[in-house]
Write a protein that binds this ligand. Sequence first.
Ligand code: NI
Length: 180
Amino acid sequence: MAVRQVLRMGHPLLLQRALPVVEFNTAALDILIQDMFDTMAELNGAGLAAPQIAEGFRVVIFSIDNNPRYPDAERVPSTILINPEIEILSSEEQLGWEGCLSVPGMRGQVPRHQHIRYRGFDAAGNLFEREVSGIHARVVQHECDHLDGVLYPQRIRDMSEFGFTDVLTEQGRVKKVAKA
Ligand code: NI
């Protein structure tokens, strides 16, 4: 159980494609997942992908609680998602502000598919799938991008919609945005 160091943008491991998990119910996988939750909690993140802590496997976690500080935020159940696949259910995209623990202190407007189905394995190796939209769909797309070596700034189409969190907040352009 440990809070791990999160790699920041510029580190080559964040640009690599991660490998699938082939063995479930192993101590190594359990430790990896626990370290990811410890790290995400320490940094108040909404999501984390294994490559962000220098573990090149297709494992992501995410969770958006009913946080009293963000009363408007939609809830996203605490989830462990391994070897994920995303199916796009509508071509409709939506712009939304994102932050990332690997890009600290910044926010950008990123287009994401509004409605997706995703499937993958839990920690015990059980396959599950969900159909989701909105914030839930956004956080899944953000995290799964990490597994393919893609950080959200690479998805920004209008770079005038990218900046420092404190300035954007002071300018009233962003409210609290979950970091993933
Ligand atoms: Ni991220």
